[in-house]
Design a binder for this molecule. Structure first.
Ligand code: KG4
Ligand code: ZN
Length: 339
């Protein structure tokens, strides 16, 4: 019979402190504490993020073990996010992982956060079954927008990415301009309900190959709102749902158009989406429409495994554990860790 492998995963790359316990590919617990302190600033304040991680990490790890009903002594390895991310935030998770590994005499496993987003599609607790290889994964988060060609859990190559802002940032910055708070994506999604997505038209950027650009859209939205507010100071309040629906549609359209191009170029029939923006329902609906139109197979992780979480880190750790791909205690975070 296959031995059960218990991994404790730690995620602290940005503003979510998370610890999870997995047993093989199944999640036993996944505790995520999203730092509320950044809301009033309309974006993550790195100095505050690392302080919050420091405060939260020990109680969150204790809770993750308690909910999983696992004793520390039962664990097989400690997996942690080495990067990419904010240095101060990564340092907290890395140091905590090292101290756990040292005190419990367990192997330490470093994980690339962006690879882990892709691997979230293989969590057994998902509603969708895991994608078949090879597949294309569109990972859309607060810091990244990437198309990755995935031939196996180890063999991932970047075939397209944003040249400036990420799609998540486009949501976040638009929400800030609309006075809606942070993180902007879920708020814009909520405010879009009942809005007409075709009421305001924003032009789509023309970017070569499989790359993206969102900075022009941000400027376009800024200028549009400025002009309309000059004509009518109540413009935003009067049109909030239409503005949000139109912005959401534009961002998702940009993503879908490029993914379709990637499918055609690579002749690959399996696709997956990952990252915080992948929790957007309109995005998921559009992917489903594309699935029918192009006769392809699509998968996406459950929402709790799309946004930042430690379950994906623990599962990525499980794959590395099987290959005995362990990390030295001298490891340090890598803010620009490449996929
Ligand atoms: O993957 P993630 O949780 O953290 C990073 O690694 O960055 O992604 C966070 C991003 C934020 O920009 C947030 O606004 C966006 O994901 N996001 C969404 C939704 N939920 C989170 N964007 C659109 N619709 C959502 N429902
Ligand atoms: Zn992320």
């Amino acid at each position: 019979m296959k031995k059960n492998i218990f991994i404790l995963g730690i995620e602290s790359s940005c503003d979510d402190t998370s610890v999870a316990i997995t047993c093989n590919k199944k999640v036993l617990s996944n505790i995520v504490s999203s730092q509320k302190i950044h809301q009033k600033y309309g974006g993550v304040v790195p100095e505050l993020a690392s302080r919050c991680h420091q405060k939260n990490i020990v109680p969150i790890a204790s809770l993750a073990l308690k909910i999983a009903k696992i004793e520390k002594q039962q664990l097989n390895a400690i997996a942690f996010t080495r990067g990419p991310g904010l240095l101060g935030s990564l340092l907290v998770g890395t140091s905590f992982a090292k101290s756990l590994s040292l005190s419990l005499k367990l192997p330490l496993i470093e994980i690339n956060h962006m690879r882990a987003h892709v691997i979230a599609n293989f969590i057994e607790n998902n509603e969708c079954s895991a994608p078949s290889f090879p597949f294309l994964c569109l990972t859309v988060s607060g810091g990244h927008t990437q198309i990755i060609l995935v031939k196996s859990v180890e063999d991932m190559s970047l075939i397209g990415q944003t040249l400036d802002d990420s799609a998540g940032e486009a949501f976040d910055k638009s929400a800030k301009m609309l006075g809606l708070g942070y993180p902007g994506g879920p708020i814009i999604e909520k405010k879009s309900i009942g809005g007409n997505p075709n009421k305001f038209i924003f032009t789509q950027p023309k970017v070569k190959d499989l790359n993206f650009s969102f900075s022009g859209l941000k400027t376009q939205i800024f200028n549009f709102l400025k002009l309309e507010k000059e004509k009518n100071p109540n413009f935003i309040d009067k049109n909030m749902n239409h503005i949000c629906a139109s912005i959401q549609k534009t961002i998702i359209n940009i993503l879908i158009t490029k993914l379709q191009l990637a499918i055609e170029k690579n002749q690959i029939k399996n696709i997956a989406i990952a990252g915080g923006v992948a929790s957007n329902k309109y995005f998921r609906e559009e992917i489903k429409k594309m699935e029918k139109k192009l006769n392809i197979n699509s998968t996406f992780p459950k929402i709790e495994y799309s946004t930042d979480n430690a379950a994906m880190i623990a599962l990525a750790g499980y794959y590395k554990y099987q290959k005995k791909n362990f990390t030295m205690l001298s490891v340090s975070p890598d803010c620009r860790y490449k996929i």
